[in-house]
Design a protein around this ligand. Sequence first.
Ligand code: NCD
Length: 307
Amino acid sequence: MVRNILDVLDLSVEEIDELIALACDIINDPKAYSERCRGKKLATLFFEPSTRTRLSFEAAMYELGGNVLGFSEAQSSSAAKGESVADTARTVSCYADIIAMRHPKEGAPRVAAAHSSVPVINAGDGGHNHPTQTLTDLLTIYREKGRLNDLTVGFCGDLKFGRTVHSLINALSRYTGIRIILISPTELKLPSYVKNDVLKKNGIPYVQTTELESVMPELDILYMTRVQRERFFNEEDYLRLKDSYILDPKKLVNAKKDLCIMHPLPRVNEISTAIDSDPRACYFKQVLNGKYIRMALMLRLLEEADR
Ligand code: NCD
């Protein structure tokens, strides 16, 4: 059976728990998994730039013993000649066993999945969704905190266009005891469809503020994000808003001793490099976790496809 992962909600909470357990097992004994995808091919179809997501998918497949093909920009694919996403997906599914796709248009991976004969994983579509970053974030929270419930999670920065924020809020809404604090400039507030359809609908308590320091003492997790320049309609607005929040050691004075500071990366200015050596900085651990959770996800999807 072909199974696609287009949204984090395509996985049940139990399936996410299983993926986290599998990722932890891979971390403990990577050699036991080094041949599990021998003979399999991953295609990475990236119509938008990426460092971590594409390379971690590729590294994950190599560490499972498989191979990788693909492209890293639309210009080097037939999209530049006007080929549709549907035709590209149909073509690539003749060559590969699984596809990871990033696209600037929201919903493009869903179109690809409808025309592909192999599993399609959404590796980020516009400002919409980014399920594998969310799995990365959940694995990181689990490894740092030992739980995915009873947490106060602050999201700070561009909550309007940040797809990793939308996906993680969706995922966290299924756990108990979650409180969300939304910290952003007024222009970059969380879209109302996420507030209404996710937070309000699931009865998740949340607070909206423009002030980071005043809420800092309450946070178990601080999820920083960059202002998404490529999704702005004009450069002036971006320049005005880009440095709204810069996390530096002074701002952490009243933070919990076991705060977990996360960021999907790339960072621009939002976190001072002086924070990197603070034991609460978890963003480079997140990078490593991203490779392991993608190994777990691809392994499961390929096993299901072979059944
Ligand atoms: C994020 C993305 O692409 O949405 N990065 C990532 O996948 N690690 C965040 C971002 O680009 O700001």
